[in-house]
Design a protein around this ligand. Structure first.
Ligand code: MIG
Length: 812
């Protein structure tokens, strides 16, 4: 390779320099260390399919602090084979080949098939402090993931910037937004791999944008510290990335319910009116939010004296109505003499400062404000202590906003300094992690002062933010385009380890309308985080404010969400264990199917393992849906469809196309108005004929950390389709299930003889007539059809006691 290694041009600018030849290498406990004339490379084997390469300039000492990475090398066995021109590292699952001159990396799978290789000329290169890795891009290669990034499912041809940014009313293709996760998954020839660049500096990932030669990822400064994930499946890659950057804990059960927000409900009669209206109108809801107007002059950790004279009384009343209270927290602290939070943090030296030691002030809601340095452990514990002020008033959830951090005008000076857990960093390095560290401090404070699971919602974040908070997509706009863009943002966050995410239903900026709201609330019922919110000075946007029809539709979908709670909670449990998202892009299970990448189908996703959601614009009459391989059932009618094919679906205001995968085991419960109330004690399991399936059912108390001590109820349910059998493995854990009885609904089993046995004993079969939707009211004489469109399904059921011991049902 004759690539020149010029460093400085004659007129002073830096030119590109790439990794040169290997000078020497040594084995280390978890990998090896390579020296070159320009940079050193630390390679660590984290797991059979996870390899870290940390490349840093010779004169640089690599920092130790990573806010993203949580996992450690597992100490697995690996071989290093030296050949004249290369080193080969074998883990049994991955083969990393390192060419010696110049140093270039290539990854192969266990069968020796190439997964990913450096661009031979440029590999890892520097231009001044900017470091980039260039990768060969194959003709059929696709790229997915990247977290909160707009655009298509397949990101090929686009470049993205990671630089947390407050973007009010952002365009549906805007970039960057609030949160950064420099992690993507590459797909080629039915193979896949993942790459995470653990560098919080401003960075760019280009999937072949404006060039026909390579893809690359690049950071403004710092090391090229990256992790390669070998899969072999997309689900495995997500699990590997999640093991490295952490998974969410089980959220409080109430946070899985419907959440009502508004900028802003005040004075205190407003949130109470909203809460009471939900109860009067029989619309389930669990959460009411207070936005910035609850504070006194926007000062964090204060209550407005006249709008909220007695916050404890308010939260108690809300609690008695079955609501949890969540309040907003902004990082900016008003620099006002005599204001306790300011004086306190000033005295303890916890604010972000200029290099000359003066406090940095920026303008936000309270006026000139100082910013706690959340990368300082002392500032985090100080902030966590302040949370007590809110928990004492009965607040159970915390909404972190403006933590990009945002200041009017948005560009903070780069020279301001952060503690970075002792290592020190300018704004260039600290910005992207600031928001997640605020979420961390908030989460730790909430956990400590509530003594149970807090709910934290954040706007900004970086890889690993899922350990502390759910994420919402900020200031979207009331439009169909935005509704679908939000679906893809949540799909993409799910591919990047953020399992609990959602968008403002109805749109934050702009005015929503009845048609759009009906569709948005239906889709939102199938997003992990389910909240309606709207901008100040815009029309009311609670489910009853768009007329009776929308109210009925909203009630139907919100109730459906509550009925699906056993399924959803179990799905959240899976996410807490493996990182498998709740809202699953079809690229997780069906990445080998070209069809799912078509723009017409890219918004479709699986909600949990079984329910296929086909989002459609609110103003369309038909949707072309693509059902992937297998067989599918229309959730509302039980009509059966063959997969691997497109279907034209007629759309109505009140129906969102939902399909259930054949084989599915779908546990459901009766509706409750809020999740502090218990459903009836029969667990309804909807079983769909046609394929094998396994479902891990999970239950715990929904609020404490006792589940970490084994106080849960977990059991595997196994549908052996060809054996005509549904097995319940013995329940694990020390908790007794709330459910005393299980009732099985047999969907699509019409051809079988009507005989079902439990452990061999014949069971009585009951015919049930069910519908997942209530008919809409007759409010509009010209618009009758909705009532007729509610399909009643006749379904055979059997009921058996839900005993702890294993049992099995057989039929046919
Ligand atoms: O400058 O707190 O994204 O959800 O309602 C706007 C007021 C600040 C932005 C958030 C939005 C919230 C609003 N906030």
């Amino acid at each position: 390779m004759n690539y020149k290694t010029t460093t400085v041009s004659p007129v002073g600018g830096s030119l590109n320099e790439s990794l040169p030849a290997m000078d020497s290498w040594q084995r280390t406990p978890n990998g090896l260390l390579i020296q070159t004339a320009l940079a050193n490379i630390e390679i660590s084997i984290y797991d059979h399919a996870v390899i870290r390469t940390n490349i840093f300039r010779n004169h640089v000492r690599p920092g130790k602090v990573s806010y993203a990475v949580h996992g450690q090398p597992k100490g697995i066995a690996f071989d290093i084979i030296e050949e004249s021109d290369k080193l080969v590292i074998q883990t049994g699952v991955l083969r990393l080949q390192i060419l010696k001159n110049p140093v270039r990396f290539a990854y192969y799978n266990a069968e020796g098939r190439l997964l990913n290789t450096d661009d031979p000329a440029f590999g890892t290169s520097w231009i001044g402090t900017e470091v980039s890795t260039y990768k060969t891009m194959h003709a059929d290669e696709k790229y997915i993931g990247m977290g909160e990034k707009t655009g298509n499912l397949n990101r090929r041809g686009k470049a993205y910037t990671h630089w947390n940014t407050d973007k009010f009313g952002y365009a549906a293709d805007a970039d960057p937004l609030y949160l950064s996760t420099p992690f993507f998954i590459g797909l080629r020839e039915g193979l896949c791999y993942g790459i995470f660049m653990d560098n919080p500096h401003k960075s760019v990932v280009s999937f072949g944008a404006s060039n026909n030669r390579f893809m690359y990822y690049s950071a403004a400064d710092g090391n090229m510290d990256s992790y390669f994930f070998g899969g072999p499946s997309v689900a495995d890659i997500i699990a590997q990335y999640s093991a490295l950057t952490g998974t969410m804990e089980m959220p409080p059960l109430w946070s899985l319910g419907f959440q009502q927000c508004r900028y802003s409900y005040y004075p205190e009669t407003e949130p109470l009116n909203a809460a009471r209206t939900f109860r009067e109108k029989d619309i389930p809801c669990d959460v009411i939010y207070l936005d910035i107007h609850y504070m006194d002059a926007y000062k964090v950790f204060t209550w407005h004296p006249t709008r909220f004279p007695n916050p404890k009384r308010l939260s108690d009343t809300l609690k008695s109505l079955g609501f949890s209270l969540v309040v907003i927290l902004d990082p900016g602290i008003k620099t006002e003499k005599g204001y306790k939070s300011y004086e306190d943090a000033l005295e303890q030296d916890l604010f972000v400062k200029y290099p000359d030691g003066n406090i940095y002030e920026g303008q936000v809601w309270p006026g000139w404000s100082a910013f706690p340095d959340f990368t300082n452990p002392n500032a985090r514990s100080w902030w966590a202590e302040q949370i007590k002020f809110l928990t004492d008033s009965g607040v159970e959830g915390f909404w972190n906003d403006m933590n990009e951090p945002a200041a009017w005008g948005q560009h903070l000076p780069d020279l301001i300094e952060f503690n970075f857990d002792g290592e020190g960093a300018s704004h260039r390095k600290a910005r992207n992690v600031y928001g997640m560290q605020m979420a961390r401090a908030t989460y730790e404070g909430g956990k400590k002062h509530l003594g149970k699971r807090p709910f934290v919602l954040t706007r900004a974040g970086f890889s690993g933010v899922q350990r502390y908070a759910a994420v919402w997509t900020g200031d979207n706009t009331s439009s169909d385009e935005h509704m679908l863009a939000g679906v893809r943002l949540v799909n993409a966050m799910g591919l990047a380890g953020i399992a609990n995410a959602g968008y403002d239903i109805g749109g934050f900026a702009g005015e929503c309308n009845a048609t759009l709201f009906s569709r948005w609330i239906a889709i939102g019922a199938f997003s992990p985080f389910f909240r309606s919110h709207a901008m100040v000075n815009s029309r009311d946007s609670e489910p009853w404010t768009y007329g009776e029809e929308v109210e009925d539709i909203s009630r139907n979908y919100i109730k459906l969400r509550y009925k699906l709670m056993p399924y959803l909670y179990s799905t959240f449990y899976e996410a807490s264990q493996t990182g498998m998202p709740v809202q699953r892009s079809l690229a997780i299970d069906y990445y080998r199917d070209e069809k799912i990448f078509a723009t017409a189908f890219q918004n479709q996703y699986l909600f949990g393992s079984s329910i296929l959601v086909c989002p459609a614009e609110s103003n369309k009459e038909y949707l072309k849906a693509y059902l992937p391989e297998g067989k599918w059932y229309d959730f509302l009618t039980d009509k059966k469809y063959e997969g691997s094919s497109e279907h034209l679906v007629e759309l109505h205001r009140e129906t969102l196309p939902l399909f259930v995968k054949a084989g599915s085991i779908l546990p459901m419960q009766t509706v409750v108005s809020n999740l502090k109330l218990k459903p009836e004690t029969t667990l309804d399991i909807h079983l769909y004929e046609g394929a094998d399936a396994v479902f891990t059912y999970y239950e715990d108390d929904g609020e404490s950390y006792d589940y970490l001590q084994g106080k849960y109820y977990k059991r595997k349910m196994i549908h052996k389709h060809s054996q005509h059998e549904l097995c319940f493995d013995a329940a694990e854990g020390s908790l007794t299930s709330h459910f005393k009885e299980v009732r099985i609904f047999f969907h699509g089993f019409a051809g079988y003889k009507n005989s079902v046995r439990c452990n061999g004993a014949e069971l009585p079969i009951q015919m049930e007539h069910i519908s997942h939707m209530e008919p809409l009211s007759d409010f509009d004489p010209y618009h009758k059809p909705p009532k007729d469109r509610v399909v009643i399904m006749d379904i055979n059921t059997v009921s058996v006691p839900f005993v702890k011991e294993g049992f099995s049902l057989t039929w046919g």
